[in-house]
Design a protein. Structure first.
Length: 214
């Protein structure tokens, strides 16, 4: 889990290199036929059952080739992945522990580095994302309780999520018995039939608690 420090900046994220330079190869009719076939399958809704709604949505965004960031619903992701929910709860715990070392006043806190997680407990999110980066940040108000030895805390916490939807050479997944290689999927990007993009999300929550200073 990322440790915390005073500050507001996000940690540096270095995505995998992906399929390479966009539009770096000449277009072929064969890849266009493949693209149209994949789009037709997604439009019918039949692949939603095989790989899941988020996986289909992310693939459609890739094929739509805007390159725009895709914003995801982390609350929904946490319902689909027990591991992500556990990571989120642990991240709040880490942020609270750091906050309890701070003096009276208002402070900005942020993760020193990002950490990584992997969706191996949700078929939908496995096909949609696989691995991802996350970190926390927030604003903490530390207040002294004059009637006790407790400090009171109010934290506006943000759980940040990032992934680069790209295709790295040498990898593959299996949908049923069919292998889907990154080399094949990345060819759409290199031939200007699709475009890799960033996936982002943030889960915000206000947390109030008390802690006895020793």
């Amino acid at each position: 889990m990322p440790s915390y420090k005073i500050g507001q900046s996000d940690p540096l994220i270095t995505p995998d290199p992906g399929a390479g330079k966009w539009c770096s190869e000449p277009q072929t009719a064969k890849m266009l036929v493949y693209k149209r076939s994949i789009q037709m399958l997604m439009d019918t809704g039949t692949v939603d059952i095989a790989i899941g709604p988020n996986a289909v949505r992310h693939m459609q965004h890739y094929m739509n080739m805007t390159g725009n960031d895709l914003i995801v619903d982390l609350r929904d992701f946490a319902e689909r992945s027990k591991k992500l929910k556990e990571i989120y709860i642990q991240e709040i715990h880490e942020a609270k522990e750091f906050s309890q070392t701070l003096p009276i006043g208002t402070h900005f806190i942020t993760s020193e580095t990002s950490a990584t997680g992997y969706f191996d407990d949700s078929k939908d999110l496995y096909y949609a994302i696989g691995g991802y980066s996350y970190w926390g940040k927030g604003t903490v108000a530390v207040m002294k309780n004059s009637e006790s030895n407790n400090n009171s805390y109010a934290m506006d916490f943000e759980f940040h999520f990032f992934d680069r939807y790209n295709w790295d050479k040498g990898k593959e997944v299996h949908i049923g018995a069919i292998p889907i290689t990154d080399e094949f999927m990345g060819e759409f990007h290199r031939q200007c039939y699709a475009m890799e993009y960033n996936i982002k999300g943030v889960y915000k929550e206000t947390i109030v608690w008390a802690f006895e200073k020793k």
